[in-house]
Design a protein around this ligand. Structure first.
Ligand code: KIV
Length: 278
């Protein structure tokens, strides 16, 4: 089973690794069997599973339902639960109790939270309580309204410096890894070189220690806009639409179900009634 220590070792050995999101049992099982070492139960579930336009509406209770399903499906991957908007920003105590629920009730091994220096005390508190923490900097989707949209961050010197110093603060507070989302590749390379914990990039170029994608994007299940950083490795949307159409056509034509999908034995209740009376 992959642990937070393995990720540190991967970095020390210069070994890159993949992380994917997962939200349910069958996909978690398939990704785990495929050897993906880290699965993130991301709050992107709000968008790709629940159909919201941002990650903000999903609740901790909803996230826990996804987490439990993923935990039942995966037995090798390191499982990370994404703390949803306002489940950790209120107070240290709220943050601790909510993060703890991911481990206690959700079967996760670690939590992820969005933000830098403002969360340093919370990260320290969680780590002290035995809850491994993954940070998330750059384009932090829970701040979409404050950022004025899903926009690349760290493009000017001041904000690039802030991302680097936030990353250092997270490392100092005890985070075991940091997601870098939507930042220039050169900045991600500098942050990666400056930290001894792994960086995991999404829209942050090739220099990060690991990469993460939303599994629906990878599989071609996402409807609507596809960001530049996404590489689609399959087109399941097309496969699903085609399968559904074929099924409906066969039902309408009386082709499905065929004898191979039907149960025997062939006895006739009507013939029996005619022979022996009802
Ligand atoms: O929720 C999510 O899927 C994420 C990844 C994009 C890192 O936070």
């Amino acid at each position: 089973m992959t642990t937070v220590l393995d990720l540190r070792r991967f970095k020390a050995e210069g070994r890159r690794f993949a992380m994917l999101t997962a939200y349910d049992y069958p996909i978690a099982r398939l990704l785990d069997d495929a050897g993906i070492p880290v699965l993130l139960v991301g709050d992107s579930a709000a968008m790709v599973v629940h159909g919201h336009s941002t990650t903000l509406p999903i609740t901790l209770d909803e996230m826990l339902v996804h987490a439990r399903a993923v935990a039942r499906g995966a037995s090798n991957a390191l499982l990370v639960g994404d703390l949803p908007f306002l489940s950790y920003q209120g107070s240290l105590e709220d943050g601790l109790l909510n993060a703890g629920r991911f481990l206690k009730e959700g079967g996760m091994h670690a939590v992820k939270l969005e933000g830098g220096r403002a969360l340093k005390a919370l990260v320290q508190r969680l780590v002290e309580a035995g809850i491994p923490v993954m940070g998330h900097l750059g384009l932090t989707p829970q701040s979409v309204h404050g950022l004025g949209g899903f926009k690349v961050q760290g493009k000017d010197l001041a904000s690039a410096k802030r991302i680097l110093s936030d990353a250092r603060e997270l490392e100092e507070a005890g985070a075991f890894a940091v997601v870098l989302e939507g930042i220039p590749a050169a900045l991600a390379a500098e942050v990666t070189a400056a930290l001894s914990i792994p960086t995991i990039g999404i829209g942050a170029g090739p220099a990060c220690d690991g990469q993460v994608l939303v599994v629906h994007d990878l599989l071609g299940l996402t409807v609507g806009h596809r960001p530049k950083f996404v590489k689609q490795y399959a087109n399941l949307a097309e496969e699903i639409t085609q399968a559904a159409r074929s099924y409906a056509q066969e039902v309408e034509a009386g082709v499905f179900p065929g004898p191979e999908h039907s149960y025997g034995p062939t006895i006739s209740v009507v013939a029996d009634e005619v022979k022996y009376g009802g």
